[in-house]
Every structure is written in structure tokens, then in C-alpha cells.
Write a protein that binds this ligand. Structure first.
Ligand code: SF4
Length: 322
């Protein structure tokens, strides 16, 4: 296989007033061309930090030191010059965020904002204004907004949350991209609207042959949208499998806990089926970071970090019990 994105042993530490916060503790994750991958875990497990590292958009003003490698078509994003990174942001990878309002500029119409993306993209160079507008309208129609002309001239605050998130999807697909990273795009919306947004997203990714990384706290959402799922806990991947295999034979105690929680009722992204909390990253537990919450922990789990064990067919789990 020849993945388009290959994250290898990614560590991210933040320097805080109280010391080093060791958020990512060796993340390994790859995405094949056209593949839809889920990255699942509770709020605070490091999903967003992982994906922000891919576009090098970690929070500014906080000192952080990513280590490891993030290979995009074999080139390391962590060390590439800003110019190459700009090209990836403008032409290869796009991201959809949890909160659509934060991604849209309130002082410009949505049409202007979509047109700007085209204008600054690789395909937009030298295109006539009318052609750009036509492409923008087409993108608005593709997210199932029928009255595209009217919406084109709206300001974000004139639209509902669901409409704004559709516009964000339109912005993410209006120019050709290889990879779309969606960070809990339905979280701010009610459940019905969230389902619509997810379905639109999935349909467009498939139609355009893009790869998708769907970040979510809900295994249920990941099950509906993805081919393969990475389960993340406290800064590491603890289990990965094809979506069907993960549900047929979940192995990691954390995955089992997530499955026994009711995703729709868990609300804030907490795993109701598991006792306790995500650890303090300033003083993460030694050994397996899950051991303080694990019903099956042994003394060894407190001392050594369990290695990834290969169960075959791409199913891997980081637990001494396997
Ligand atoms: Fe639980 Fe030990 Fe497995 Fe960690 S390694 S998940 S603590 S049994």
C-alpha cells in the first residue's frame, strides 16, 4: 500500500506554566487514497491536536514541539518549508471544524468567501470572475442548497447552523482536494441536522474520490461514515481495525467501554460506559495510560506501555491481554 498520509510516532508536548503537557504520545495513523478513516475517542484524547498537526495549525502562542513524522505523499509536513505547506493547504488538504461560525468570516458574504478559495487555489489562477462565481454556485448546489443564488449573497449570520456547516463543506470541496479532515462537524447541531451534514459529507467525498478523516467522539457516527477506525486514548492509538471488524471483534478494554456507552446520550463526548476521566497530561500515568480506568489492569500495566499487537488484516491493538 502507498498511503497519501502517514503519521509516524507523532509526539506533541505543550509547554504550560505548570510544566510539559505530554498530549500526544506516539501516534501512528495512515490514510489510503479514497479511504474514509475514523479517529474516535473522548473529548481531550488528542484527536484534534493530531489533525491540527497535519496542517501545522497548532494553537499559536503556546510552545509545542511536535516530533516524529507526518508524511504527505512521502514528504514530511513537520519539516517542510512554509511555501510547500501553503501548497498543500491550497490544493491538497482541507479541514472542516466543529464550529462553522468560527470558520466563516462574518463581514463577507458566503459567496465571496467561496470565490476567494477558488481564486487562491491552484485551479483558480487566471479564471474569469464569472467562471469563479459559477464554480462557487455549483459547490453550493452540491451541498443540497437549492436556492444557491440567494445564499451566495447571504452573510453567515443570516444562515442557520446547519446551513453554515453546509457552506463549510462547500468550501472544502469547491476546488479539487485529496484529503478532507472533518473535526466533529456535527457537534454544534441537533441530531437530525447532524445526520444530514454527515450524509452530505460522505456522499461528496465518495463522488469526488477524496480521502476522509472523520474525527468524532462517537463510534456510532464513525460506523456509519468510515471504512476503518482508529480508537484513540490519552494521546495514543489503542486499537485500529476495519470498521466491520472493530464492531465484530472489539479487543481493547477502552473500545469495549466506548461501545457500551450510548453515544447519543453521552452528549459532551464522555464515555459513559467507562469509569473515570482522561488523565492529566502534565502527569500522565506510567505504563498503559488507560490503567487507572481499566477493569482488567494488572501490575505490569502500571509499568510498561503495551506495544501494538497485530491481529491480522490490519486489526491492531495496544493491550497486554492480546
Ligand atoms: Fe488494561 Fe493493561 Fe490492556 Fe492497558 S494494557 S488496556 S491497563 S489490560
Amino acid at each position: 500500500s502507498n498511503p497519501i498520509l502517514d503519521i509516524k510516532d507523532l509526539h506533541v508536548w505543550y509547554r504550560t506554566y505548570a510544566g510539559f503537557s505530554r498530549v500526544l504520545d506516539g501516534v501512528n495513523l495512515f490514510v489510503e487514497k479514497g479511504e474514509k478513516v475514523g479517529l474516535v475517542g473522548e473529548a481531550g484524547c488528542g484527536k484534534t491536536t493530531t489533525m491540527r498537526s497535519v496542517l501545522r495549525i497548532l494553537p499559536e502562542g503556546q510552545s509545542h514541539t511536535p516530533q516524529g513524522a507526518i508524511l504527505f505523499h512521502g514528504k514530511n509536513i513537520l519539516t517542510m518549508p512554509e511555501r510547500d505547506l501553503q501548497a498543500i493547504r491550497a490544493g491538497a488538504v482541507s479541514m472542516i471544524f466543529q464550529e462553522p461560525s468560527a470558520a466563516l468570516n462574518p463581514v463577507f458574504t458566503v459567496g465571496t468567501q467561496i470565490a476567494d478559495i477558488i481564486r487562491y487555489s491552484l485551479v483558480g489562477k487566471g479564471l474569469a470572475k464569472e467562471k469563479i462565481k459559477e464554480m462557487a454556485l455549483q459547490a453550493i448546489r452540491e451541498v443540497y442548497i437549492p436556492d444557491a443564488e440567494r445564499i451566495f449573497d447571504c452573510y453567515p449570520n443570516q444562515l442557520s447552523g446547519g446551513m453554515k456547516q453546509r457552506i463549510c463543506i462547500a468550501m472544502a470541496i469547491v476546488t479539487p482536494r485529496e484529503l478532507l479532515i472533518a473535526d466533529e462537524p456535527g457537534t454544534a447541531l441537533d441530531v437530525t441536522i447532524q445526520d444530514q451534514v454527515h450524509r452530505i459529507l460522505k456522499g461528496l467525498v465518495e463522488k469526488k474520490g477524496m480521502s476522509l478523516i472523520m474525527i468524532t467522539h462517537s463510534l456510532g457516527v464513525a460506523r456509519e461514515l468510515t471504512d476503518r477506525i482508529y480508537v484513540m486514548y490519552a494521546g495514543s492509538i489503542v486499537e485500529v481495525a476495519k470498521t466491520g471488524d472493530l464492531f465484530a471483534k472489539p479487543c481493547h478494554p477502552y473500545t469495549l467501554g466506548l461501545m457500551s456507552s450510548v453515544p447519543r446520550l453521552a452528549g459532551g463526548g464522555l464515555a459513559a460506559g467507562i469509569y473515570g476521566h482522561i488523565p492529566d497530561y502534565l502527569k500522565p500515568p506510567q505504563g498503559c495510560r488507560f490503567h487507572p480506568r481499566c477493569p482488567k489492569a494488572t501490575p505490569k500495566c502500571q509499568e510498561e506501555k503495551p506495544p501494538m499487537v497485530d491481529l491480522g488484516d490490519g486489526h491492531q491493538v495496544a493491550c497486554f491481554l492480546e
